[in-house]
Design a protein around this ligand. Structure first.
Ligand code: MRU
Ligand code: ZN
Length: 202
């Protein structure tokens, strides 16, 4: 997977997202039918490939993907993730080329314990989200959940910290982004590691 994500067609994007989903599902981060993934296919106009709604994310095929516009609406039919609008919002807001949403226990547990945001410092793993290991405090924002993706997007926009490519949605899960699916995966694994560490210490 290269950073030149715009070179992907929808089926190739579906194959990438199915593989990424299977990996996250194997970690127990997409239980039931939870979670969703996206990759940006074009910027102008904004078009994303988003996982189809309601599927077991550990069993996706390359066809289980839907093309959506900048508002998260299906362009050529299909039922995109219920959270497609938020993926499009994150991509537009941050310039990310891929967005990951997982339902991890650690993100929900830590969101409950630190509703004002989770602060990390003095950890080598911070380098995995582009921050120095020492001398800075990096906050992972926590936003209140909503079933309205416009509301959720507004909260994410207001709370996000450019130094942290992720937010916790309270009582729900974790949103993480990166330049491409591979970087978004690395960011997801790093942020989840940070959350599990904090949880293990409290
Ligand atoms: C247990 S699934 C919960 C859903 O409401 C949602 O939060 C989710 O992550 C999956 O929705 P989906 O529409 O399949 O992408
Ligand atoms: Zn969700």
């Amino acid at each position: 997977m290269t950073a030149d994500i715009s070179a992907l067609d929808l089926e190739e994007a579906g194959a990438v997202l199915a593989a990424e989903s299977a990996r996250f599902a194997s970690f127990g981060w997409m239980r039931g039918t939870s979670g969703n993934l996206s990759v940006v296919l074009s910027r102008d106009p904004l078009r994303l490939a988003v996982t189809a709604s309601g599927h077991d994310k550990g069993e996706l095929t390359p066809a289980d993907v839907v093309l959506v516009d900048g508002g998260g609406a299906a362009v050529n039919g299909g039922k995109p993730s219920a959270e497609a609008e938020l993926h499009a919002r994150v991509a537009a807001l941050t310039g990310a080329g891929a967005v990951v949403h997982v339902h991890t226990v650690a993100s929900v547990a830590m969101g409950r314990r630190e509703p004002g945001g989770i602060v990390f410092s003095d950890l080598e793993m911070l380098k995995g989200v582009g921050q120095p290991a020492h001398g800075v405090e990096v906050t992972l924002p926590v936003i209140a959940n909503s079933q309205d993706m416009k509301v959720l997007g507004d909260r994410l926009e207001a709370a996000r910290d450019p130094r942290m490519p992720a937010v916790v949605v309270a009582g729900h899960g974790l949103y993480v982004w990166g330049a491409d699916p591979r970087q978004a995966r690395h960011h997801t694994e790093v942020v989840e590691w940070l959350l599990e560490l904090e949880l293990s210490q409290r």
